[in-house]
Design a protein around this ligand. Sequence first.
Ligand SMILES: [Zn+2]
Length: 218
Amino acid sequence: MTIGIDSKKRTAVQNVLESRGIIRRNGHFEYISGEHGTDAVDTNTLYQDPKLLSFIARQLAKRFKGMGIDVVVGLTGSEARSIHLALLAALELPGARIVELHKNGPHDPCSLRANDMKFVKKKRVLLIDDVVRRGETITSAVNALRRHQAQVVGISVICRHVHEAFECDLTSCVYRSLVSLNYDRWTALRCKKHGPCKHGTPLVSVKNLPTAFPMTGK
Ligand SMILES: [Zn+2]
């Protein structure tokens, strides 16, 4: 796996995401999994803000300019919407086509629309996603693309958790994240003993993160 990160640029992006309330740090959050932890990523706010989305998409595309990307792939469905980022990133990569991968449940595999299969075959593909935690979605996406003979040359994501694990082989692929997240997570029970629950810090569900920030430009 190749991880190409420019630490100065990463910090700049991280600063923007934190100041815009997309990355929330040092809080007390309950995740979809039921675990508790100190950091959360508010992708709802991100996907509602076109200017911010466009800025982030440019950063996601930057590393892959000049790499002959034929197709930019984003995810769509009830569990995913990185297609918006893929669309904006593709504008930065002249000649690149946009193809959707569908993901319709938390444990559903990613799939390609039948009509799109021929557009990824033997093509140089850049996969775009927002937050990578356990790597399950990326693994499923890469596997779906490879099943249709795509050459996945790049994976560009906003945030990756440092403890992520991939089940697919990424040796021939440039994998880049704008921000690395490394924060404490506990089961609800362990949080009562060792985490913010112990100190009575109010718990916020990531399903109801309050949006306290106006859109960029207001
Ligand atoms: Zn807790």
